[in-house]
Design a protein around this ligand. Sequence first.
Ligand code: BTN
Length: 331
Amino acid sequence: MTRPELEHLADHVLAAIRTRPKQFFTYASLAKKLAAEPAMVESAVRCLIDWGYRVRRRRREAVSFLEAPDMLTAVEIQHGLKTKLIGSRVHCYRLIKSTNDLAAQLGESGSPEGTIVTSEEQSSGRGRLGRVWHSPAGTGIYVSIVLNPKFTPERAPGLSIMAALALATVLEEYCPGDVRIKWPNDLLVSGKKCAGILTELSAERNRIHHVVVGVGINVNQQGADFPPELRTVATSLRRCTKRRVHRVSLLKEFLKQFEKEYRLYQKSGLAKSQKRLRKYSALLGRKVKLVTGAHEVSGMAVDIDTNGALIIESNGKRLPVAAGEVTVAKE
Ligand code: BTN
């Protein structure tokens, strides 16, 4: 049996034994069900153990499922995933440069809408405005989602905002009352950055080819896991909840919420999300400075409109701003 064949069998053994956790399944019965030899089932069980699954074995003849590892694998992500579109195809890696780069290639080569790419670690994780996204192994979530919306390119920036809203809704479950969106798409917990979104568009003038929404979430990092320059400005869910957070569960909750927000966005834009956007905003009612290219605007952030633009009131005028870097002025 080749290694890929063995891994394929291990996937099937896993699917069979996790239907009834803690119940013992004999190798003979699994072999019959899966058209294999009992010795192959035994090797497949060893393979599952190598992958980090916890099982109980009885006299090398029977096995029962105990626990899955908190690893971002296609099998774990798709197990019990309650979505129709997002995560219909899942590509998982241990180490790649950037999940956004790979998702863009997949989008280019016609991978269906809802395809996702995850990696346990990124060697060149990218943030907005050419920044680096620190992506250490096994502690965070790095995921990119391929979308093929039918609307025109000017509605694409709102996708970042809708993604931020999906993420805020899920993070709120872990840190109630502590989550804010710093427009357009930084997620803050207790005032520090916990997650970020990088949306990249491939389009012609009137038509979107595909969009990649890349999301990085700091999940189980402890203070010392951040490089010194980030320690005072970044946080993780673990730092806020004081416990380890199960990454696979968190990712599945996010994908489900993302699908819901995406459907709403396709139907009504951000019109029905205004109240929640205001609730989570870190900027409304504060004095801000916004930099876009060579331009700088200072004023009061007063609203977020139905296109997701930030409305800044400056010298008695309300200016809608579609993109840029905002800093909160010291009061
Ligand atoms: C930011 O806040 O500047 C956006 C950060 C986005 C990081 C994610 S991690 C998954 C995806 N792959 C990347 O290279 N970047 C995004």
